[in-house]
Design a protein around this ligand. Sequence first.
Ligand SMILES: [Fe+2]
Ligand SMILES: [Fe+2]
Length: 394
Amino acid sequence: MTTTAITTTESSEAAESSEATESYEEIIGRSGIDDVDEILAVVGPVATELVHEAEQGGVTRFTWDYRKDRTALEKLYSKAKRGQWNVETDLDWSIDVDRDKVSRHLLETMPQVRAFQEAAAGDRTCPMHGWSDDQFAELAWEYQTYGLSQFLHGEQGALVCTAKITEQVPWIEAKYYAATQVMDEARHVEVFDRYLTEKVRDSYVCNGHLLLLLDDIIRDDRWDMTYMGMQIMVEGLALASFGYLAAATEEPLLKKLLRYVMSDEARHVAFGVLSLKEAYAEMSAQELQERQEFAFEAGLRMRDRLFYQDMWERLGLSAREMLTWMRANPVENQIWQAALFSKIVPNLKKLGLLDAGDGWLRDRYTEMGIIAFEDFEDTATEFSRFDISSELAG
Ligand SMILES: [Fe+2]
Ligand SMILES: [Fe+2]
């Protein structure tokens, strides 16, 4: 089986094989996971829509227990206070970004673009067959613009979700930490918006699959689901994406801002892992199964967002043709998409969700081709390597 080639039939059978588990229709609102029409039917906001309303679930919690017993969260809070940086003064915004130079370099260093170029050269059915190097350099630029735009919208999702966590989590240490994250996320929205506005001078609207996931995370009335959706899934994928883009780019402003954002994001994912480990330890098998199903749904939404369906038209291609070709030739998926789950899977394993119950989530992630990352380092262990607070203090 190819990396993410789960057919509708196989998926349905897999879902039906576990009687206790809801069907794919109930979990993700569609019959299978690979139908091109169903994927394309999910669209983002129209460009003129300036406000999106999402219904928020759950209740606000006060706690009168001000004792601080959760040492790991307390340490994280302390680190967060020392790690604050300033978009205006810690980055050099006088740096000019040369679009042609950046595009040509990204063509050499972005693995997903190289994979497309190599596949297109030998495949007449590929919609990019016959493209010139200049066209692939253009693709690299659009990939970066699209990715940065989704980072921007995802960061706003994180800003809103951590405000929700601050309100709803019952532990005082977590409220302290989440409050620092609200500030971190405001800074991230600010930095990506400024980079897109001043240096890229272009952007895309929020991807529909990402927005669907953000809506789900906000609508859920269980506080730990906001953690799982945002801290583990969305931020885990973002952390991996930032790492790949930071490695691919030579543009000094972007490289530095990504390193700074990653320092915050690694802490955020660690916050999720530490908090959920405690919450899950007390949950029933049924409750854990619901968390597994959510991890599957969120994983799928993020996979679907990585088809970049809103980008192809700008390059003169049909989204339907590209998606159909990508599903049949998962070249991009193998090299790039799966790797973006490299932070998520070990964290879910550490939380016990891969193997809870009958290992339902392990089976789903095996089909999605991302289980190989299960023994990568988890973020609660590795996060301090990303820390920039000593650099800021100096
Ligand atoms: Fe962020
Ligand atoms: Fe974050």
